[in-house]
Design a protein around this ligand. Structure first.
Ligand SMILES: C[S@@+](CC[C@H](N)C(=O)[O-])C[C@H]1O[C@@H](n2cnc3c(N)ncnc32)[C@H](O)[C@@H]1O
Length: 290
């Protein structure tokens, strides 16, 4: 089945407001997840939602959210055939550095320094190229956490392109469970794990939240990373507490600056303590310990 991309552009201030409203609707009405991309040359944000099936109600809901914010935008539609995404390369996207990691597309000839941990990504429809502040924040935080804590296993919940799962496998050489609610992302994730020669360590599974028997079989996790969005993260706090090892580390991202305190208090309520927050481009990445 083909997908439709609904998209429109916005300036930075509007994009943050729209994103927060779409985030709430994602949680409450089941709207598709919104993705924000920055066109750095023009300093314009592009907001995209990938809808399966009947796109009319999704477009109507998006337009009503924009109207509630007092914004008039023309929402464009693009039909995306469900083919060839896994093999679509990131040609044209510049390599990104975060800590020791260098994330680059398959056809990039990125200049490497000694000590670089290169991650080759074909993102296709799945989120996670390292260009977004949340992914880069997670990569940076994971490097520090792994160095200090030496986890023996890990979970990447909401893996997208598997960029974080691959980073963990390359850095810590431990088994990583990589899950996503979106089967297309899981296909892309598995392909990327193969591309980076870490398929033996990265296990990919389609699952919404913790709804799959695999979690009970692989738990407790020494390290969990989840770059989703503030609301679903707050909702998942009790299950995070259940599946993480006592003393284990949790790295959360997809959280706007202003949502930070609410997310931390949801986790403090589950016996986590806040260790550190990283700020990047209006987003935060939070390290918590149980
Ligand atoms: C912002 S992307 C992060 C991708 C990648 N981990 C990264 O850091 O670049 C969020 C991913 O979480 C997935 N997701 C959202 N809600 C989820 C849920 N409740 N359970 C599992 N995956 C979820 C989405 O499908 C998407 O691939």
């Amino acid at each position: 089945m083909s997908q439709t991309r609904l998209h429109f552009t916005a300036n930075k201030v509007d994009a943050d407001r729209i994103f927060a409203a779409l985030d709430a609707a994602f949680d409450e009405d089941g709207l598709p997840l919104a993705v924000l991309e920055l066109d750095e040359d023009n300093d314009i944000h592009e907001v995209s939602l990938y809808a399966d099936g009947d796109v009319d109600p999704v477009e109507a809901r998006v337009k009503s959210i924009l109207a509630d914010l007092g914004l008039r935008k023309s929402v464009e539609r693009e039909t995306i055939p469900d083919i060839d995404w896994v093999s679509r390369s990131l040609e044209g996207l510049k390599p990104v550095r975060a800590g020791r990691f260098l994330v680059h597309g398959s056809h990039d000839r990125a200049k490497r320094h000694s000590g670089d941990l290169a991650i080759e990504i074909e993102a296709g429809l799945a989120f996670g190229t390292g260009h977004h502040g949340t992914t880069a924040g997670c990569l940076e935080m994971l490097e520090q956490v792994v160095r200090r804590e030496r986890p023996r296993n890990a979970l990447d919940l909401g893996t997208g392109s598997a960029v974080l799962a691959i980073a963990l496998a390359k850095l810590a050489h431990v088994p990583v469970l990589a899950t996503d609610i979106d089967p297309v992302a899981v296909r892309v994730a598995a392909a990327n794990a193969r591309l980076n020669h870490v398929k033996a360590l990265v296990e990919t599974v389609t699952a919404p939240g913790f709804h799959h028997p695999i979690f009970a079989r692989r738990a407790p996790f020494d390290l969990i990373v989840a770059n989703i969005l503030a609301r679903p993260l707050m909702r998942l706090a009790p299950e995070m507490a259940r599946y993480i090892r006592l003393g284990g580390s949790l790295v959360l991202s997809g959280i706007l600056d202003r949502q930070r305190d609410a997310v931390i208090s949801a986790y403090v309520g589950q016996s986590f303590r806040h260790v550190r927050t990283l700020h990047r481009e209006g987003w935060v990445t939070i390290h918590l310990k149980r």
